[in-house]
Design a binder for this molecule. Structure first.
Ligand SMILES: Cc1ncc(COP(=O)(O)O)c(C=O)c1O
Length: 358
C-alpha cells in the first residue's frame, strides 16, 4: 500500500448534529478526523480517517512544552444547488508549509493534503450546514509529538484535520464591530513568528483581548512590535482603510499574517479598478485622516468573519467613529462578492473554489 493511501474507519456512533441556530464558532465537532504520522525513517505516512476522539499524547511531547506546532483555518460551503466547495485551499496549504518552514516542521505534500481534506469533508458532508452564513470550518494542524524535554525540533509529528460546523463569527453578523487599538502589548515582531500560523502568537494575544473585551470591544488592533506606531492587523483579521477613495492596507512585513482573504480582497479591488495600496501606515496618520473627514471606511478580512466593518476605533482615550458606525460601501461589496463566490451564487472568475461534492 502506498504511503499516500488513506485508510478509513467509519464512526459507528455518529453524534447528533446541532441545529443551525445553535452554531456559534468552533463549539461542535464532526464524526471523523484525519491523521497522518511523521517520523524520520518513513517521512509522512499512514494517512487515515478515523472516528473523532481524544488523542493520546506523551506528557513530555514537545508541543506541550515548547509549542512547536502550526495550524490553518478554511471553510467548506454548501451552495444553493447543494454542492459543497472549499475556498482557495491551495493558499492555506501553501501558508501551512511556510509556517512549517518557520517552525522547523517537515513540509507536507500540499496537493495530497487538499485531497485528504476533501475526502474528510466528503465523508462528513452531512455536517456542512445549509442556513445562511453558516459553513463547516476546517482546522488542519501539525503537532510535535516526540517525548523530549530538550529545546530542539521534534523527530516525530502528527498532521491532523478536524471539522466544526459554524455560524457567523461575530454575533453582530456583518454589522460593524468596535475595535480597540492596543498600546501596551504586542503580538509579534519582525524576525519572530508573526507571519507563521502558530499557537504561541495566539496565546500571547489573549491578555490584551481579555482586557478590551470587558469594555465591549470585539478585538484589538495590533501595532508593530518595535515602535508601537505602525498598524499591523486585528486579532484574527487583516485590516483595510478607505482614505480619500483609496484603499490602504499594511504591507506584509514579516510580522503580519498573510491572510487568504486579504489576498482575495486585493485581487477583487484591482479587478474593480479601485485603487489599493500596501504600505506602512501609522495610527497617527490614520487619526489625522479621521480628523479631516478623510477616513471613509475601515474593515477587517479573515476566513472566520469574511469582511468585518469597523464602526469604532478606540485609541488613546479617543473614540473614532468611522462612517457613522455603519457598514461602508466597499466593505459591503466585498462581503457580498466573496460570500457570493464562496456559496456559489456568484461567478468565480478567479477559479477560487474547489469542489468537494458535485
Ligand atoms: C492573526 C491573523 N491575521 C489574519 C487572519 C486572516 O487570514 P485568512 O484570511 O487567511 O483567514 C487570521 C486568520 O487566519 C489570523 O489569525
Amino acid at each position: 500500500m502506498s504511503e499516500y493511501t488513506i485508510t478509513y474507519i467509519k464512526n459507528e456512533n455518529p453524534k447528533e448534529k446541532p441545529k443551525s441556530d445553535e452554531l456559534s464558532f468552533g463549539k461542535y465537532f464532526t464524526d471523523h478526523m484525519f491523521i497522518q504520522d511523521y517520523n524520520q525513517e518513513r517521512g509522512w505516512h499512514n494517512p487515515r480517517i478515523v472516528p473523532y476522539k481524544p488523542i493520546e499524547l506523551d506528557p513530555a511531547a514537545i508541543v506541550l512544552h515548547y509549542g512547536q506546532m502550526v495550524f490553518e483555518g478554511l471553510k467548506a460551503y454548501r451552495t444553493e444547488r447543494d454542492k459543497i466547495q472549499l475556498f482557495r485551499p491551495d493558499k492555506n496549504m501553501e501558508r501551512l508549509n511556510r509556517s512549517n518552514d518557520r517552525m522547523c516542521i517537515p513540509k507536507i505534500d500540499e496537493e495530497f493534503a487538499i485531497d485528504a481534506i476533501k475526502h474528510l469533508v466528503h465523508i462528513d458532508q452531512e455536517w456542512v450546514p445549509d442556513a445562511l452564513g453558516t459553513s463547516l470550518y476546517i482546522r488542519p494542524f501539525i503537532i510535535s509529538t516526540e517525548p523530549y524535554l530538550g529545546v530542539s525540533p521534534s523527530a516525530t509529528y502528527q498532521f491532523m484535520v478536524i471539522l466544526s460546523p459554524v455560524g457567523t463569527y461575530y454575533e453582530e453578523g456583518i454589522n460593524p464591530v468596535k475595535i480597540a487599538v492596543e498600546n501596551q502589548y504586542v503580538r509579534a515582531v519582525k524576525g519572530g513568528t508573526g507571519e507563521a500560523k502558530t499557537a504561541g502568537n495566539y496565546a500571547s494575544s489573549l491578555k490584551a483581548q481579555e482586557q478590551v473585551a470587558d469594555e465591549g470591544y470585539a478585538q484589538v488592533l495590533w501595532m508593530d512590535g518595535v515602535e508601537k506606531k505602525y498598524i499591523e492587523e486585528v486579532g484574527s483579521m487583516n485590516v483595510f482603510f478607505k482614505i480619500n477613495g483609496e484603499i490602504v492596507t499594511p504591507a506584509l512585513n514579516g510580522s503580519i499574517l498573510e491572510g487568504v482573504t486579504r489576498n482575495s480582497v486585493i485581487q477583487l479591488l484591482k479587478h474593480w479598478d479601485i485603487p489599493v495600496i500596501e504600505r506602512r501606515i501609522t495610527m497617527e496618520e490614520l487619526y489625522e485622516h479621521h480628523q479631516k473627514g478623510e477616513l471613509q471606511e475601515a474593515f477587517g478580512s479573515g476566513t472566520a468573519a469574511v469582511i468585518s466593518p469597523v464602526g469604532e476605533l478606540a485609541w488613546e482615550g479617543t473614540k473614532m467613529e468611522i462612517n457613522d458606525g455603519k457598514t461602508g460601501e466597499i466593505a459591503k461589496r466585498l462581503y457580498d462578492t466573496l460570500t457570493g463566490i464562496q456559496y456559489g451564487s456568484e461567478k468565480d472568475p478567479f477559479n477560487w473554489t474547489a469542489k468537494v461534492k458535485y
